[in-house]
Design a protein around this ligand. Structure first.
Ligand code: ADP
Length: 588
């Protein structure tokens, strides 16, 4: 290792760089290591000490998508990881930029999305003695508890190993976020070019198949066969696993009703006859054997206990018996007993089950199927009646009816969704027809993913994106409309604007002149934000106007923001998770 000598410093647009016949510097070697491993896009925010890394990456043919804030670049990398089953990479500056990106890294880890956050960092010697360096922070130590793995590369000779370690950690087993710390000094080190080339590692089979044990498969089959009221729950792990055909075959051959979690919608089209979505609150408590495929029994499934699972047929919770497919053995029994754990990758596990299931597999008892169908019909009719209304002002329902129709006509559209009521209503009203087309707030129910997810979805797939945003949720990442305009992305943002968090009608309980904490500026003109950067803005008050504005966006592919004004009294406190809000509980 050498520090960069005067003689090899070239000055392209002011950046330090060494990539000549004999020597290569850290900037170039990191880029080569990423490219060797098929990383062709980086999301980030440039600044000291990684500005030149971003410039050089672009010069070497990597697509570098610059954001206005690291959290959104991080969210973009995270969802790129989900969409491609390959780590998305986010590049940030030190300390504050790193911390901004860390929220997205932690969120990616929580959601099991593969991602690598690469941050530049200050001088180790100064940081370790707490001598007050520029943006001094022990980033590696801070990142460690918040992600799957964290690594630092101190010597240029270790770049190949460092990138390989990061890729394997992000992808193997349960996918997740990895932090990679690159001190500024590393980037300007140089080494012999040929030796550097040999030091790089092309990672082979980073997410190897994990074949389930045949005893575990037999146990699962035995339990499934004994079911009187079986149910399959598909989670986003099933979407990530990309074995859509096998999952479809399992569901169709067994005839078992299935329930998709929100990001698993579309693995089978939501109008599939076996979908039990419209009967969710009936099938969860009533099912006697539940097969979970890539879905955790966390808060989103009421931990497998309580009222949600305590059906009349079972008298109380605890009556259900679970089969769970997951790559993480430690997931089993995390909330309730898993009688038939199937540890392995979803594709291998589903194929393993299919090997025991042929067309002679008995369909579930008719009484169960009829009961599910009856509930479904009732709820679908109830929803159809609500959606048929055309109130003035618009409501979540009448606005989302339009989105439902557009997505039905254009099933390739990617739907990004965040908010409280905007999230809950969209999830139940807008059907998805293809896998991995619905990207949302995920396991944490986090706000702020909207524009980051939208940008990456457009960049990675080239498809039209529609982002359904609550006006509150949009505020977390709204400035990224400039990013959307800068890269001219086919993204149509729809802000469902009811003037506040949950709704815009709360009053200041103290009677003071400040508005209530949940209330925003009335009739805010969000569409002008998009117009400010050259995109298309639309201000709409009726479903017809909304339909026309979306159609224009989809046809033109122009960056568009539709400010959809809905009844400010529409919306409930905390959407459908009011039970988690202690204040709301006191009020009711
Ligand atoms: P949802 O929120 O949709 O219910 P979760 O994020 O809770 O989904 O669960 C996803 C699960 O899928 C995680 O437990 C994760 O370990 C698992 N998983 C992800 N990819 C795979 C895979 N290829 N094979 C098996 N399990 C996987």
């Amino acid at each position: 290792m050498k520090m960069i000598p005067e003689a090899v410093v070239t000055n392209i647009k002011g950046q330090v760089s060494a990539d000549n016949d004999e020597l290569i510097d850290g900037f170039h070697l990191v880029i080569q290591a990423l490219q060797l491993n098929d990383i062709h896009t980086i999301y980030g925010v440039p600044g000291i000490p990684i500005t030149d890394l971003a410039r050089q990456a672009q010069a070497q043919g990597i697509r570098v998508i610059s954001f206005r804030h690291e959290q959104h670049a991080g969210n973009a990398a995270a969802i790129a990881g989900f969409l491609n089953a390959k780590p998305g990479v986010c590049l940030t500056v030190s300390a504050p930029g790193f911390l901004n990106g860390l929220t997205a890294l932690a969120n990616a880890t929580t959601n099991c999305f593969p991602m690598i956050l690469i941050s530049g960092s200050s001088e180790r010697e100064v940081v370790d003695l707490a001598q007050g360096d520029y943006e001094e922070m022990d980033q590696l130590a801070i990142a460690k508890p918040l992600c799957k793995s964290a690594f630092r590369i101190l010597h240029i000779e270790d770049v190949g190993v460092g990138i390989a370690r990061a890729l394997r950690a992000a992808l193997s087993g349960r996918p997740g976020g990895v932090y990679l710390d690159l001190p500024g000094k590393l980037l300007i080190q140089t080494m012999d070019k040929e030796a550097a080339r040999k030091s790089l590692i092309k990672v082979v089979d980073p997410a190897p198949k994990q074949i389930p044990d045949h005893t575990a498969l037999a146990r699962a089959i035995h339990l499934l066969q004994s079911a009187q009221r079986p149910l399959i729950v598909l989670g986003k792990g099933a979407a990530y696993a990309r074995c859509d055909e096998e999952i479809k075959r399992l569901i169709e051959t067994t005839g078992i009703p299935y329930l998709p979690m929100s990001m698993a919608k579309g693995i089978l089209p939501d109008d599939h006859p076996q979908s039990a979505q419209a009967a969710r609150s009936y099938v969860l408590p009533e099912a006697d054997v539940v097969l979970l495929i890539g879905a955790r029994l966390n808060w989103l499934l009421s931990h497998g206990k309580g009222k949600t699972w305590g059906g009349s047929s079972l008298k109380e919770w605890g009556g259900q018996r679970f089969i769970q497919i997951d790559i993480a053995a430690t997931e089993m029994d995390s909330n309730v007993a898993i009688e038939a754990p199937l540890v392995g990758d979803i594709e291998s596990c589903v194929k393993g089950l299919l090997a025991h299931i042929d067309t002679n597999w008995p369909t579930p008892p008719t009484a169960w199927l009829n009961a599910v169908q009856e509930k479904k019909n009732k709820n679908i009719q109830k929803m159809a009646d609500t959606l048929a209304n055309n109130p003035t002002p618009m409501t979540f329902h009448s606005a989302l009816r339009v989105v439902r129709d557009i997505v039905k006509e254009n099933p390739q559209i990617i739907l990004v969704n965040e908010g409280a009521n905007a999230l809950d209503f969209t999830r139940s009203i807008v059907n998805m027809y293809q896998p991995r087309k619905r990207l949302d707030v995920g396991t944490w129910g986090v706000m702020g993913i909207g524009m980051g997810f939208s940008v990456a979805a457009a960049i990675e797939t080239g498809e039209q994106v529609i982002a359904i945003e609550g006006d509150s949720a949009f505020g977390f990442s709204g400035m990224e409309v400039e990013t959307i305009c800068r890269y001219q992305l086919p993204i149509c943002v729809i802000v469902l604007n009811n003037n506040g968090v949950y709704r815009g009608t709360d009053v200041n309980a103290g009677g003071g002149s400040d508005v209530a904490p949940t209330v925003f500026v009335k009739d805010a003109r969000y569409e002008k934000l998009m117009e400010a950067f050259g995109g298309v803005g639309a201000y709409v008050k009726t479903p017809e106007e909304l339909m026309q504005a979306i159609q224009r966006a989809v046809t033109s592919k122009a960056p568009t923001l539709i400010n959809a004004i809905i009844d400010e009294a529409a919306g409930t406190e905390s959407g459908r998770i009011a039970n988690l809000n202690p204040t709301a509980n006191l009020k009711t």
